[in-house]
Design a protein around this ligand. Structure first.
Ligand SMILES: Nc1nc2c(ncn2[C@@H]2O[C@H](COP(=O)(O)OP(=O)(O)OP(=O)(O)O)[C@@H](O)[C@H]2O)c(=O)[nH]1
Length: 349
């Protein structure tokens, strides 16, 4: 048996930054490398896995795509991630490379630390951590602290030990990066991009390489083969939580919530999307994604909203036996009122 360590690339980045899009491109230009993919998602609807399974790459078949939907990967390392890796390593056909997509809310640090567990360390190494950034969201100030809002939260809850959860998570994901991909450069101009680059660089004390991309279109040779061995350097990449709780208090994701809305067929998707933008903006929904049943269409409509920006496309035909339905996963901050948002979305149909 080949005893060389298998390289594993960790792909992280905030909700909707473009991780799945970049991985889809990667699978299509990986030059024959056999890739195993571990996908972790926040929310109960496996949208990312479904999108990636649908891309039909020969070097990464449906069998090579493993979904971890039991919460954020950073919180389920022992129960989910380690057993999954162990099973993957027991397969007769070992992959050439493992790619792990974390949920948009995951801290990469506990995941990288798991590569130091004895059973894993002897077989796998972290080739590198790649953090995907939504440049347009950075330019719009979405990760800059809203000091008034943070202060309001503190007044409500004096146990809050840190600043805005979104800003903190954004920095933690940058701090762990070996390579940062400034994605969605098509949505901002050159000056804006310069400011985004400067802001991103200022949010980490380390000096990872920063590259730019549109639609996650980065050559596989740039993403794979960094050869860093990140697990040996984990001590230099501590998250805010680790710095604040040196005693090892486990972190959680209480600041965020998600739920699934099921609707019937949507006859006028354009009108629905227009109205949905209003709901998203009014209730500060961070991310909304899923599939829409459009009557009379043999294909299902994939819907992807990042903030109020919504993309849709018909991704594949409904399969025989598959129940046609509209299912959307909604992700927001904990204070988002599920009942109110659910009713607002249901009222659009
Ligand atoms: N305009 C533009 N849209 C992009 C780009 N990259 C990705 N998108 C869109 O952004 C949306 C989110 O992309 P995903 O790849 O699903 O993002 P993600 O990081 O995997 O999202 P989560 O897994 O939910 O955190 C989709 O509608 C993509 O088509 C880009 O470079 N430019």
């Amino acid at each position: 048996m080949n005893q060389e360590k298998i390289p594993a690339t960790v792909i992280t980045g905030f909700l909707g930054a473009g991780k799945t899009t970049m991985i889809r491109n990667l699978l299509q230009n990986a030059g024959g490398k056999k890739i195993a993919l571990i996908i972790n998602e926040f929310g109960d609807l496996g949208v990312d896995g479904d999108v990636l399974k649908g891309c039909g790459a020969e070097n990464c078949t449906e069998d090579d795509i493993i979904e971890l939907t039991n919460g954020c990967i950073c919180c389920t390392v022992a129960d989910d991630f380690i057993p999954t890796m162990t099973k993957l390593l027991e397969r007769d056909a070992r992959p050439d490379h493992i790619v792990i997509e974390t949920s948009g809310l995951a801290l990469p640090q506990p995941l990288v630390a798991a590569f130091n567990w004895p059973d894993i360390r002897t077989h796998v190494t972290v080739d590198g951590v790649i953090t995907v950034v939504d440049s347009a969201a950075v330019a719009a100030g979405r990760f800059a602290d809203d000091h008034d809002a943070v202060e309001a939260r503190r007044v409500e809850d004096d146990s809050l030990d840190h600043e805005s959860p979104i800003e903190e998570l954004f920095e933690d994901q940058l701090t762990c990066a070996d390579l940062i991909v400034l994605n969605k450069t098509d949505l901002i101009d050159v000056d804006g991009l310069g400011r985004v680059r400067a802001e991103v660089a200022s949010r980490t004390v380390r000096k990872p390489t920063i590259i730019e991309a549109k639609n996650g279109d980065v050559p596989a040779a740039v993403l794979l083969g960094l050869g860093i061995g990140t697990e040996d350097d984990i001590v230099n990449r501590k998250s805010h939580h680790e710095l604040e709780h040196e005693d090892g208090t486990p972190h959680d994701h209480d600041e965020f919530d998600s739920f699934v809305v099921e609707l019937g067929p949507i006859a006028d998707p354009a009108a629905f999307i227009d109205a949905l933008k209003g709901v998203i903006a009014e209730h500060d929904v961070l991310r909304l994604k899923g599939f829409v049943d459009v009557p009379g269409k043999p294909m299902r409509l994939q819907l992807q909203a990042v903030g109020s920006r919504i993309d849709t496309y018909f991704d594949r035909a409904w399969t025989p036996g598959e129940a046609r339905a509209t299912r959307l996963v909604v992700i927001g901050l904990h204070e988002m009122d599920e009942t109110v948002v659910r009713r607002a979305i249901e009222a659009l149909v």
